[in-house]
Structure formats: structure tokens, C-alpha cells
Design a protein around this ligand. Sequence first.
Ligand SMILES: Cc1cc2nc3c(=O)[nH]c(=O)nc-3n(C[C@H](O)[C@H](O)[C@H](O)COP(=O)(O)OP(=O)(O)OC[C@H]3O[C@@H](n4cnc5c(N)ncnc54)[C@H](O)[C@@H]3O)c2cc1C
Ligand code: FES
Ligand code: FES
Length: 472
Amino acid sequence: MAVSFTVDGQVVRVEGLHPTTTLLRWLRESGRVGTKEGCAEGDCGACTVVVAHDGRWRAVNSCLIPLPSLHGRAVLTVEGLARGDRAHPVQEAMVEALGSQCGYCTPGFVMTLFEGAHRTDLDQPWKLDDQLCGNLCRCTGYRPIRDALQQVAGTCPDDGLAAPATDEDALREDGEGGAWFAPTRVSEATAWLAEHPEARVIAGATDLGLDITQKHARFASLLSVDRLAELRGIEVAAGMATIGAATTLVELEDWSAEGLPVLHRMLRFFGARQIKHRATIGGNLCNASPIGDLAPVVLALGGAMELVSASGARTVSADDFFVAYRRTALQPGELLARVRLPIPPAATKLGAYKVSRRRELDISAVSAAFQVRVAEDAVTEARLAYGGMAATPIRARAAEALLVGRPWTEETVRAAADSLRESFQPLTDHRASAEYRHRVARNLLLGFFAETREQPFIALPDRPTATVQEVG
Ligand SMILES: Cc1cc2nc3c(=O)[nH]c(=O)nc-3n(C[C@H](O)[C@H](O)[C@H](O)COP(=O)(O)OP(=O)(O)OC[C@H]3O[C@@H](n4cnc5c(N)ncnc54)[C@H](O)[C@@H]3O)c2cc1C
Ligand code: FES
Ligand code: FES
């Protein structure tokens, strides 16, 4: 396998490694040990570097990036920031704010601060928290580090480190260690998949990457979708948003703040900035996790999936997409190409909730998304979708039936909420007990009623989970 990219401005060419070799492993084995390994699963941020291919530096977890996905791109590590003896302004800010003690987490924080320094949209306190939440520090506490970020955010220092824009070439490597194909056209991707039915599709690798780093999986053939421009981006026409499956969650977050705020609200508490720069909507839906956060939103909105293969395209409703535990309606040789989300009319009551042990960077114990339409004092449509309550993301059909045709009052909502216990048999696991999940599922619906009684939608309360937990 031969992959070339730049690291700290130097062109490197790497040959002979297995395609699942991660950027972190390669950096450290090639002597660039400033970048640290903590968890090797995207949780601690010690391994943060920035990567550019579209003229913007983006903070990512190097422990989850397979080396071939960097082909033709640029990587900047903590070792490339200083100019001679002169520390970079973000490094100086960390020192001045006393943001480093043992220093193990510091290189990762510095790279997250570097991205923050070059962002011009960190204009609200929650955005500073969001920028930092993918980095853990056990020594100093976060306030000094947050102070350092606040000092540098949006300053765009003249550091001679402009992010390059690069051409995205296809990459095809059929080495002995394993095959990696990253085409630039969907037709090439589906033709290759037809010839390699055993291949795994890989997008941002924030899910599949854990199989590599934790389970030591060595996939024989991988089809990367992250150079398929046809599968990226969002188009809105005639009340329908069509989202390319390889669209990243940061791209989705940027658009949905105005375009579909209910989705934005769920994305606010999804992973961390480093994860959302790589993770895609397609990867989140195709992994079919029962606690994946986007599935309830897609189900509540009445979304549909466009699937493509060498023999054509078909559309499957979100209701029919999740068929069993971690299984979807995708057949061998098929790719998820696009997700279609109807944009609800303005008066629709919408809510999205995530309940987890910790607010930032945690997997849901229970998540939910609701869409309710009311006309002439009666509910005309109700779509109540949950994660964490069954083997798949699932709608609460019995509760929906108890709402439709009835007034949107506390009495009817309580009756629907009480019915949830009969509809679900959730698991007890390390995230939550079955009883806790039952109670939370009920409270989320009651909380949704309380939130949307007077107004259709609350965009981004600072602590949405606390709001819902207070409802009895
Ligand atoms: C630290 C951390 C925090 C996380 N936090 C959250 C969270 O808060 N909420 C949450 O829901 N998830 C979370 N995740 C899980 C993961 O980040 C998401 O599910 C993410 O959206 C996966 O997208 P990806 O592009 O990285 O998928 P990948 O890992 O590349 O792929 C995931 C699966 O989807 C398949 N696939 C990908 N794209 C396609 C396609 N176009 N067609 C067919 N199959 C495809 C792959 O074969 C694979 O089976 C977290 C993960 C980590 C490591
Ligand atoms: S080593 Fe912890 S996020 Fe990468
Ligand atoms: S300074 Fe020690 S873990 Fe952050």
C-alpha cells in the first residue's frame, strides 16, 4: 500500500502498511511522539491533530483515522506549530492561563485550541464548551483551559499555517495486507462492491475504527466513501432535505442550525467536535445501533433512505430500514446514498432528547425524537421514536394511536406516556436499568408536552436533559 500526504508541511510517502494502520500508530512509530495515545477509542482527545483537504483545519482523533483516508491531504500535529524557539499563540495561551500540569493531555488540547483559534463562529459560551468537550484532562480542571480557548478563539493568528485545499484523487490499493478502494464516483463504488461482496464500507471510521483499535479487526477489503462528492452535501427542495450519506456531522450541524433545528438539537450532544468532523450520517444510520442518536430523529421526521447498487437504486422508508439488532435493510452490494428528511411545517411540535450519564461526549441510555401535529384542537399526526428501548431504534405505535384524533392535553399525553411501559422491554446494562429506561421514556414524552405546550419547538436549551428529568 502506498499513501502520500503531508505532515507538518513535509511530504511523506508510506508503503507496505496494512490499510487499517491508524494515523496515531504511524505518527508515533515514525518518531512523532508529541501526539499522545490515551484511550485509542475517540474518548479522550490526547491524540488530536488537525487535518485539511478543503481549505480548513479540522480537529480529529488520529487514533481512529485509517492512514489511506489521508491520501493527498494535509496533517498538522503539535510538533508543527512552533516557529523556531517561538511557541504558537495557542501554546502561549495555555501557558499563560496555567492550563497544563502533568501535560499528557496538553498536546491534544493545544490542537483543539488551534482549530478554535481559526474558527470565526465561536461566539457563544456553549460553542466553547462544545469545542473542548472531546478532550479530557485529569489534572488542571477545565477552567484554565477554557480561559485559554476564550483568549484565542477566532483570533486567526498569522502563523503561516494556512490550511491547504487539495484535489481528491481516487486511491486503489490491492496489497497483500488488504484492499482499500476510495473511488470518486458512485458508479465505480457500486461496481467494485458487486465484485467484492465481502468488502466492508467505511466512512468516517468513528465506529468501524473501534473494531480496528479495540478488537484488532483486519478487514480484507474496505470501500471508502469519503471521496464520493456525489454522496456529500445537503439539498433542500419542495419541503424535503436530501442529505448525502457521506455528509459529516459538523456539516450537518452547520446546516441544521437554521435548516432543521430539531436535528441540530440532537447533534449538539452527539460525540465531540473531533468525532463529528469524521462521523457521517450514513455511518450513524448504517451501524443500526439501538442507541444511535440520529435514528430517532429520522424516524420521527418520517425519513427515507435511498440505496444504490450496481443494479440500480431503491428507496426504503426509515420505518423499514432497521430490521433487527444492528441489521438494516441494506443488501450485499448496496450502499446508502442519501437520506431524505421531510421538513415539517412551522407549527409542528418537535422535540429531540438524549439522556446519558454525562452531558457531553457520552452514548445515550435513552434518546427520543417526537413530531406531533395538531389541527382544530386534535392531534392529526404523531411520530414518537425512541433509542435505547429495544433492539432497534423504534416508534411507539401504541402511544401514537392514543394521541391521534384526541386533544393535545396533559390527560391524553399522560395516557400515551403510560402506555409506553407495555410497548417496550428494554435491557438492563451498564448504561441504565430497564426500570430507569421505562421511567425516562415516559418522562421524555411528558417533558416534550411541557416544552411544546405554548410553542412548537425549543431550539437549544442549554441543558435539555435536566429539563426533561424534572418532569414527574
Ligand atoms: C468517542 C465516540 C463518541 C460517539 N458518540 C456518539 C453519539 O453521541 N451518538 C451516536 O449516535 N453515536 C456516537 N458514536 C458512534 C459513531 O461516531 C457514529 O455512529 C458515527 O455517525 C458513525 O459514522 P462513521 O462515518 O464514522 O461510520 P463508520 O465507522 O465509517 O461506519 C459505521 C458502519 O456504517 C457502515 N456504513 C457507513 N457508511 C455507509 C454507507 N454509505 N452505506 C452503507 N454502509 C455504510 C459501515 O460499513 C459500518 O458498518 C460515537 C463514537 C465514538 C468513537
Ligand atoms: S487516544 Fe483517546 S481519543 Fe484518541
Ligand atoms: S495536565 Fe494532566 S491530564 Fe491534563
